[in-house]
Design a protein around this ligand. Structure first.
Ligand code: G
Ligand code: G
Ligand code: MN
Ligand code: NA
Length: 254
């Protein structure tokens, strides 16, 4: 209850902050994109991680205003990377089902792109299989409209949901993000290696880009490179960083 009332004030008090984690080309190591990850700095609660407040934000509907702030802020940051650092990077934003299904969602995204004066394909929306598998006409229609506007779409945490693979052929996704649970033991468990290899091959034969998440070691990166995984993300390349730290990281790693 306290958490909810604190969260209601958090936006106007400026307590939310976006962190950014690099997504690199597996072969060249070049940074291609960054995932925006929300943080909440509250004077009473301290630093609150998203797993602790996103569910409540979804329940209360606060995710709508928070999510709008996230998309605006992420695009403004991408504009900064382009204008101040000279790098055209995509920015990936996590979108929860409630936010996605809200009637004003498409308009908010269009306004955010206009405000930042950035092309639509700068933005990649990460959705989970939980959203996709509701199989509603509504979801299919929003995905189609986003795609038609040039916004990129990715499946987050791929492989952890109730994977009904049929949606991959009918929905306009650009990217599959292999969940970090598969990447974690890719060198220790033959089954994980097989799954990762199979996901990469399947994605490519469907014309999708693949990002491996949770890459923590050079040997994992090497395996992914050998298997032709397009992009990688994880502590090995860079942790989620404050916008200032990320800009600094780009100056030396971009
Ligand atoms: O580092 P990390 O603890 O940031 O993220 C934990 C989880 O919170 C991830 O599953 C991520 O998708 C989710 N998350 C992070 N930022 C956001 C956000 O802005 N919106 C939504 N809906 N989920 C987020
Ligand atoms: O669910 P989603 O993929 O959006 O969340 C990304 C989550 O993964 C964030 O909580 C982020 O901090 C975390 N993360 C990013 N890189 C790594 C990594 O290399 N190892 C681990 N264990 N977690 C990571
Ligand atoms: Mn994500
Ligand atoms: Na993920």
């Amino acid at each position: 209850l306290q958490m909810e009332s604190l969260m209601r004030k958090a936006l106007e008090q400026g307590e939310f902050e976006l962190f950014f984690q690099p997504i690199v080309d597996t072969t060249s190591g070049r940074v291609m994109a960054a995932e925006a990850l929300l943080r909440w700095n509250n004077p009473v609660l301290g630093l609150v991680m998203p797993d602790r407040f996103i569910p409540l934000a979804e329940e209360t509907g606060l995710i709508l205003t928070i999510g709008e702030w996230v998309i605006n802020e992420a695009l403004l940051e991408a504009a900064h990377w382009r204008r101040e650092i000279g790098l055209e990077l995509q920015v990936a934003v996590n979108v929860s089902p409630r936010q996605f299904r809200d009637a004003g969602f498409l308009d908010r995204i269009s306004r955010a792109l206009e405000a930042a004066n950035m092309p639509a394909d700068t933005l990649e929306l990460e959705v989970t299989e939980r959203l996709i598998l509701d199989n509603s006409i509504e979801t299919a229609d929003i995905l189609k409209q986003l795609d038609q506007r040039g916004i990129r779409l990715s499946v987050d945490d791929f492989g952890t949901g109730y994977s009904a693979l049929s949606y991959l052929k009918s929905y306009p996704f650009n990217t599959l993000k292999i969940d970090k649970s598969f990447v974690h033991d890719v060198l220790k468990e033959a089954e994980d290696a097989s799954l990762v290899r199979a996901i990469i091959n399947m994605a490519h034969s469907l014309g999708l880009r693949v990002i491996a998440e949770g890459v923590e070691e050079e040997a994992q990166s090497h395996f992914l490179q050998t298997e032709g995984c397009d992009c990688s993300q994880g502590f090995f390349y860079g942790r989620p960083m404050s916008s200032q730290a990320f800009s600094h990281w780009l100056q030396t790693n971009g």
